[in-house]
Design a binder for this molecule. Structure first.
Ligand code: NAD
Length: 370
């Protein structure tokens, strides 16, 4: 089963092809994009070790030669030194304007590789072949590329849309369970922010999907990509609606900062906890029913995911400090904290009108349960 989602951005449109085995299409699809017939592949050492040979084989089958640069796996790779190394390597590969760069990995490689392609010769085309669930449902779509700065996450970057996304769901078979569930946090987010029926479907099929049900995986990736594509088409550069995709992220970024961006809390885990907190806050403000946050937490727990602040190991700072960390989020506008709150599952909105005391009291209660 192969599904295609089209991202309709005039002049920068592209397809996302989703399915078990779509990696096999890479040769034909990349050859059709054009270039000199040589493909530069950026990957990380883990994904490269497991899957780069298969990708190169498929490219060879379509008459394309390729070379691979495998960078260390992990968030620290989204940095100036690895960007410099990648761009210099691409120049050594003699990548020209018409050529194609492939970003083959999770969100780290997708963001870094996309940014390298954006700045190389003022922009070369690139193809995303996302290999983590998070990358397949979120980071490979929509053209946000970049690296982290010592001053904060994702502070340096560019909007640069890929020419094609190939999301091969069978590659997820080698993804560690913890990374899979972290990516699932983003899948749940889509149901919560805009499709109550999808959330109900996830409540039913989420466990099978995690166990490896391929049809369920394809359907979940497709629905997530459709929702992301729809929002990106409406608001490519995040002037408005695209911020809805940040449901759970204001809390998540504060928790990531509080845990030092370490493996105490993966990004998708923070998103899941952040979604639960956003629904809890919405319910306390009388915006949604009390059942909604319970339902969100119940599904996350059913999936074996981190759900509450008590699921984060080690020290966490007090509520005031967490609130101050939220204020450092790059989405803060003119010092005003913005929250994505909910009027019910599938219905969210952006607001700056949230009493600070309500946030503090909720965080204090959540911390007291640790
Ligand atoms: P990641 O790229 O670090 O991948 C997680 C881990 O899984 C890594 O160790 C990687 O080597 C491994 N891995 C990936 N695919 C694998 C596979 N098929 N088999 C075995 N191991 C595999 O992290 P991620 O969770 O994919 O992405 C997180 C990054 O994405 C963050 O930097 C975040 O800022 C970014 N992000 C970007 C956007 C965007 O719109 N650009 C959106 C959300 C997140």
């Amino acid at each position: 089963m192969t599904e295609t989602v089209h991202v309709n951005l005039p002049g920068r449109e592209y397809d996302i092809e989703i399915g078990a085995g779509v990696l096999d299409l890479a040769g034909a699809r990349i050859a059709a994009i054009g270039g000199r017939g040589h493909v530069a592949i950026l990957t990380d050492e883990t994904v490269g070790g497991l899957h780069a040979a298969s990708l190169q084989e498929v490219l060879r089958g379509a008459g394309l030669t390729s070379d691979v640069l495998a960078l260390p796996a992990g968030e620290a790779t989204k940095s100036w030194p690895h960007l410099e190394r990648s761009v210099e390597w691409l120049l050594e590969q003699k990548v020209e304007r018409g050529d194609v760069v492939v970003a083959f990995g999770g969100g780290v490689i997708g963001d870094l590789g996309g940014f390298a392609a954006a700045i190389l010769r003022r922009g070369v085309r690139f193809v995303q072949i996302p290999t983590s669930l998070l990358a397949q449902v979120d980071s490979s779509v929509g053209g946000k590329t970049g690296i982290n700065s010592p001053s904060g996450k994702n502070l340096i970057g560019a909007f640069h849309q890929p020419s094609l996304v190939l999301a091969d769901t069978s590659l997820l078979n080698t993804l560690p369970k913890r990374d899979f569930l972290a990516g699932y946090g983003e899948v749940v987010k889509y149901g919560l922010l805009g499709d109550a029926e999808f959330f109900t479907w996830l409540e039913q099929y989420g466990p099978a999907l995690a166990e490896g049900d391929m049809d369920a995986r394809v359907r979940a990736v497709r629905r997530s990509c459709e929702m992301k594509a729809d929002i990106v088409e409406r608001d490519e550069k995040e002037q408005g609606d695209r911020a809805l995709l940040n449901l759970g992220h204001t809390f998540c970024h504060a928790l990531e900062a509080a845990t030092g961006y370490s493996d105490r809390l993966l990004h998708g885990e923070g998103v899941a906890i952040g979604c639960a907190l956003a629904f809890e806050l919405s319910s306390r403000l009388g915006l949604c029913s009390q059942e909604d946050p319970s339902r969100v937490r119940q599904h996350l727990k059913q999936m074996g995911m981190k759900t509450d602040l008590s699921d984060i190991p080690g020290y966490l700072p007090d509520a005031d400090t967490l609130l101050a960390l939220m204020g450092q989020d790059k989405k803060v506008v003119a010092g005003q904290l913005r929250f994505i709150l909910s009027r019910g599952i599938g219905h969210v909105f952006i607001t700056s009108d949230v009493p600070k005391d309500a946030v503090l009291s909720m965080l204090n209660d959540a911390l007291a349960q640790r």
